[in-house]
Design a protein around this ligand. Structure first.
Ligand SMILES: [Zn+2]
Ligand SMILES: [Zn+2]
Length: 361
């Protein structure tokens, strides 16, 4: 498999257009037309990850956190040079992997045994559009198929979603036109169908192209409008329920065990440690900005990177399990998804990871 083919596959799993505007995702080092080879999965590309990839003959590294984040003036960093000189490609799947089903938060929820009920925040780097196009009834299915293939109509666990209604359209073909229906210069009234659908901003160019290529009209009547709500397929953080309610302290211990974290911090928010918890909000990595959202819907919030004051101010009990340990489960998920596609891959071992358990003394 070529690096470019691997990128296409990964883009289906976590479209780059879902990444936040400040982020840097996608191919960061490497030639897209080379073989991807064996794939190493990691949360970070540190110099020791780069050395490991060279020694173990990996062809590509997929990292959650970007190797290159701030713009570079020159390429002198030893980690980047080692990778480039050894023809190892680096692909970052960061905030796009945070917000997709099968991403960071689903992996975390799964590791904690949650039954997912929805996203915690509908924040993503993309926008949602309502689209409408009119066509002669006979051409509708072909057009709908092209639009759906280009990515429109995906809502939650459903795809090919659309609305159709019979309409009557009017037009007059002006001089120089080549009308598909009717005659030039004549005011025409025709039976048509209006096809309505939703589309994510990252699929908008492909959908516009599909309409252009499939529609029989010289000038199709088509419009797109950004909507206020977000596609429920994507979002940051998740909410889920435990099969059975359990004591806050028992759940905190369960989080520690399930995530193989060396420790977790429990903030009870003034509640008793035996307070029952059933609804759980999770956000892998740094979830501090979602505390208020979690407080509105959950009995407890599991995340990482919570500051002392954020913890003190939180009205919802918090389990701070660390950035690394709340994100690590996604690597196992990525590995099984790649294995299904017959891609040879391995996870950079947690115990070799600098910011995994190694820093604890
Ligand atoms: Zn992170
Ligand atoms: Zn993340």
């Amino acid at each position: 498999m070529l690096v470019s083919e691997l990128l296409t596959l990964l883009n289906k799993l976590a479209p780059q257009g879902l990444a936040s505007s400040w982020d840097n995702v996608g191919l960061q080092v490497g030639n897209p037309s080379r073989q991807a080879g064996k794939v190493l999965l990691t949360l970070d590309v540190t110099p020791s990850v780069a050395d490991y990839a060279v020694k173990q003959h990996f062809g590509t590294i997929i990292s959650h956190h970007p190797l290159i984040f701030r713009p570079l003036q020159s390429v002198t960093r030893q980690d980047i040079l080692t990778l480039a000189e050894n023809r190892i490609a680096v692909i970052a799947m960061h905030t796009n992997l945070d917000v997709v089903p099968d991403g960071v938060n689903y992996a975390l929820a799964e590791a904690l045994g949650l039954i997912v009920t929805g996203t915690l925040s509908d924040e993503t780097g993309s926008k949602w559009y309502h689209g409408s196009v009119t066509a002669p009834p006979l051409y509708l299915e072909k057009l709908a198929e092209a639009i759906h293939s280009a990515g429109a109509g995906r809502i939650g666990l459903y795809d090919k979603c659309s609305t159709r209604h019979d309409i009557s359209g009017t037009f007059r073909a002006l001089e120089g036109s080549n009308p598909f229906l009717g005659n030039q210069g004549k005011y025409e009234k025709v039976d048509e169908v209006e096809l309505e659908f939703m589309v994510d901003s990252f699929n908008l160019p492909a959908v516009k192209q599909a309409i252009k290529q499939t529609h029989p009209y010289e000038t199709p009547a088509v419009w797109f409008a950004e909507v206020q709500n977000a596609n429920p397929t994507y979002g940051l953080g998740l909410v889920g329920t435990l099969e059975k309610a359990m004591k806050l302290e028992t759940f905190a211990k369960k989080v520690k065990t399930k995530l193989k974290a060396p420790f977790v911090q429990l903030w009870t928010a003034g509640k008793d440690k035996s307070h029952p918890v059933r609804t759980v909000a999770v956000c892998g990595g740094a979830g501090g900005s979602l505390i208020h959202k979690a407080a509105a819907v959950a009995d407890v919030f599991v995340t990482g990177d919570i500051t002392y004051h954020a913890m003190l101010e939180s009205s919802v009990p918090l389990i701070n399990a660390g950035h690394f340990h709340t994100e690590f489960p996604v690597l196992t998920k990525l590995k099984s998804l790649l294995k299904k596609q017959d891609i040879a891959c391995a996870i950079y071992p947690a115990e070799s990871h600098e910011v995994g358990n190694n820093l604890l003394i």
